[in-house]
Design a binder for this molecule. Structure first.
Ligand code: XIL
Length: 321
């Protein structure tokens, strides 16, 4: 019998955030990515700090590697991310210039990157995490130097550089509750109503196994009401949200994780087909997950274990459709 894979089993694109150095250097990782996924997001390679290290220097090496790998292997590339308050090179954080100079920097950063990948990257997270958890605009150098309408202008600039690219607003915490979710949806609806070129909404969904199903369903279903394409863009399910250093990943935990993945996939699969941009997991396996390093704890957030073997979560994803 033909082998089961995620990309063959799911009726929508299934992606992973990819670490380019593992893709280049670790055969088992490369083979797993090739076999299981049909959409790829660079974990870091397109962030400003990596791709635009100096004012007049762009470093395309890793991002181009990913795009070429995707082309050879017939995979979609989702660009992440043009404008974010993090991963900024010091030349941007220290930049001295008036409003006009900042606008030029901003526009040229966006348009140089989008133009470089025109026809190769089908979609972009244009702006990432611009709303704070209390629903106000997040402080960032972009807000400070450009004013709150920087978001709308980012989309316009990206659209000018590649009119065919699908443009997303991406953020986390839709599942936390109506405050943050409402602020994100207001922002997105305002852009839509002004005819700003926005085509999709990214729900990062860095979640945890204790997140109630209702919260996850509200996140997905209210995003769908915008009429935009919906991307569950950075899915992982933390199993140690209380940071217990001695925790081990028991079969009981693995089963709860599997049920949570299944619920998310099932809910996503029920939205209109035309709005299903896809689901992307943030990283591939528990070995390359950003969670343990970022939060300084053991964790097991992904459908593959640290030996790249399928976990119960893998079957949960497949059982969701
Ligand atoms: C994370 C990467 O996975 C880490 O390796 C890096 O140190 C920090 O950024 N939201 C996002 C992603 O939009 O870009 C972040 O990625 C995770 C949270």
């Amino acid at each position: 019998a033909e082998e089961v894979t995620l990309q063959k089993s799911l009726p929508f694109p299934i992606g992973a955030a990819v670490n380019i150095s593992l893709l280049k250097n670790k055969t088992a990782y490369r083979e797993l990515v090739t076999k299981e996924f049909n959409s790829l997001t660079p974990e870091s390679a397109m962030k400003a700090g990596v791709i635009h290290p100096q004012e007049n220097t762009y470093n395309w090496t890793d991002a181009d590697y990913l795009v070429n790998f995707a082309k050879e292997n017939n995979k979609r590339v989702h660009g992440h991310t043009l404008i974010w308050y993090k991963s900024l090179p010091s030349w941007i954080t220290n930049y001295q210039g008036d409003a006009a100079a900042w606008e030029t920097l901003f526009k040229s950063h966006i348009q140089t990157i989008v133009a470089h990948f025109k026809g190769k990257v089908v979609s972009w997270d244009v702006v990432n995490e611009a709303i704070a958890d209390d629903g106000t605009m997040r402080s960032s150098i972009w807000l400070e130097k450009l004013g709150p309408d920087y978001i709308a202008r980012a989309f316009q600039y990206a659209h000018e550089a590649d009119p065919d690219a699908l443009l997303f607003y991406n953020d986390y915490g839709h599942e936390y509750g109506p405050t943050k979710r409402g602020a994100i949806l207001d922002l997105v609806n305002n852009l839509k109503n002004r005819n700003i070129p926005i085509h999709g909404i990214g729900l990062q969904m860095h979640t945890r196994y204790t997140m109630p199903d209702n919260n996850l369903a509200s996140a997905i279903n209210t995003a769908t009401q915008t009429g935009l394409k919906v991307h569950i863009a950075e899915l992982d399910i933390a199993m140690n949200p209380d940071n217990i250093q001695s925790l081990t990943f028991s079969p009981a935990l693995a089963e709860q994780q599997s049920q949570k993945y299944k619920f998310i996939v099932k809910t996503f699969n029920a939205i209109p087909k035309s709005q299903q941009f896809g689901i992307t997991t943030w990283n591939v396996s528990d070995a390359d997950s950003w969670i343990p390093g970022n939060y300084d704890r053991p964790d097991w957030p992904l459908p593959f274990d640290s030996n790249y073997a399928k976990k119960p979560a893998y079957q949960g994803i497949i059982d969701g459709v």
